[in-house]
Design a protein around this ligand. Structure first.
Ligand code: UGA
Length: 434
């Protein structure tokens, strides 16, 4: 099949690359000439395991193309995928400027039947709007629109796409449903065909539910701390019940990234528009905002003042295996530490450059974990990168400052830490004091 993907951000690039890898001819279109030139030379704008290799492989095998020319990209396509950004407006609602601009350009260039699929996360009703914009500009209705939300996670985006658990296809016609079902056949996945509004809602409801699971376990963690219980074991015990499931029950310093924070706020906005007060989801967000401050609270309880303290922040990206700093807890935490007059050294295996751009200028970025922790009084673990989980605690215990560890991602078992002469505070578990 011939597929045109518009927008080479996370979703567009990963989907385009994966659709080409399963044998389609894919053209990815973006307005950014520099990005397209780079992609044509195998230079990938984001860090995502396995992506670069697949870009190079499929470009060399002439199944994957990159261009700034929308008309050329969509002319031979059976399916056009819209995967442009839907950033958050001040009010929390999704900004549809880019989606609408793309719909207009598609309309201006649409001559024969195609299925136009929205993969960007868009409020319920957006595909109808896309349809009316396209027909306004092309002057006919010989096309279908469809919603095909994506469920990939940054850091494991290729794996998630190649091994997708389900494909949700929201359509108005059997023809579009059949074409998109065929496109997904090689993934050997469960395809659910539904109406457009339902597909749009499945995406928001899924992200809101996962965010709810995280805030729920974080609340349980905070209670566990007061009752001397261990939240990791509580989560494990809960997860043994199939109806609950073990995933997304890792307590920590809350969720970040480009999706949960934005999509939960957007769903509250969407609910408000139909006069529904989504109070549960409002609490989920409130709990998350508080949770991002937990390590600061713990450090203040322990030290009273953080002024002049040397703090090493380990893991700056919003989660492991990505250089994405959007809504990362490290931003809120380092801003708060700066206010308290602490000296901060941050380390991240991959996100050093992206971190430099968004963290306060007072944060020094270290080249290695050793450099970050060498004169630390406090170590705060913010992201559970493997390199951080592999940290040699012998080495930490031998440091001159005898740093106190505040672990926001429960990277180590209490039994393991207990073998060292260390003070260790984590989330939802008893503290270990020397
Ligand atoms: C999320 C969803 O998991 C994807 O299904 C969805 O497609 C994507 O949003 C999207 O809408 O594009 P992502 O934001 O990339 O994916 O990353 P997650 O792995 O979901 O993690 C989000 C945040 O939750 C991270 O900050 C992570 O540390 C935190 N988290 C996750 C927890 O605190 N506890 C958990 O148990 C799981």
């Amino acid at each position: 099949m011939n597929v045109c993907v518009i927008g080479t951000g996370y979703v567009g690039l990963v989907s385009g690359v994966c659709f080409s890898d399963i044998g389609n001819r894919v053209t990815c279109v973006d307005l950014d000439e520099n990005k397209i030139n780079n992609l044509n030379n195998g230079i990938v704008p984001i860090y995502e395991p396995g992506l670069k290799e697949l870009v190079i492989k499929n470009t060399n095998e002439e199944r994957l193309f990159f261009t700034t020319d929308l008309k050329a990209g969509m002319d031979d396509a059976d399916i056009i995928i819209i995967a442009v950004g839907t950033p958050e407006k001040e009010s929390g609602e999704a900004d549809l400027r880019f989606v609408e601009a793309v719909a207009k350009s598609i309309g201006e260039n649409l001559s024969d039947y195609k299925v136009i699929v929205t993969k960007s996360t868009v409020p319920v009703g957006t595909n109808r709007r896309v349809k009316s914009i396209i027909s306004e500009y092309c002057g006919h209705e010989d096309f279908d629109v469809a919603s095909n939300p994506e469920f990939l996670r940054e850091g494991s985006a290729i794996y998630d796409t190649m091994n997708m658990e389900r494909a949700i296809i929201g359509v108005e016609s059997q023809k579009a449903g059949d074409l998109l079902t065929k496109l997904h056949e090689p993934f050997d996945t469960t395809v659910m065909v539904t109406d457009i509004e339902t597909a749009e809602m499945i995406k928001y409801a899924s992200n809101a539910f996962l965010a709810t699971k995280i805030s729920f376990i974080n609340e349980i963690a905070n209670i566990c701390e007061k009752l001397n219980a261990n939240v990791m074991d509580v989560a494990k015990g809960m997860g043994l019940d199939d109806r609950i499931g073990e995933k997304f029950l890792s307590a920590g310093i809350g969720y970040g990234g480009s999706c949960f924070p934005k999509d939960t706020k957007a769903l509250i906005q969407i609910s408000g528009e139909v006069e529904h007060d989504f109070s549960l989801l409002k609490s989920v967000i409130e709990v998350n905002n508080k949770q991002q401050q937990r390590l600061i609270e713990k450090a203040l309880n322990r030290f009273d003042r953080l002024e002049g303290k040397n703090v090493a922040l380990l893991g700056l990206a919003f989660k492991p295996n990505t250089d994405d700093m959007r809504e990362a807890a490290s931003i809120v935490i380092s801003e708060e530490l700066v206010k308290h007059g602490a000296n901060i050294k941050g380390f991240d295996p991959i996100a050093k450059d992206t971190a430099k751009k968004v963290l306060p200028s007072e944060v020094m970025i270290a080249e290695s974990i050793d450099e970050a922790i060498q004169d630390a009084d406090i170590i705060m673990i913010l992201t559970d990168w493997q390199e951080i989980k592999d940290l040699d605690l012998n080495k930490v215990a031998a440091l001159p400052g005898k740093p106190v560890i505040f672990d926001g991602r429960n990277c180590f078992s209490l039994d393991y830490v207990g073998q060292f002469d260390l003070e260790y505070h984590s989330i939802g578990r008893p503290s270990l004091v020397e």
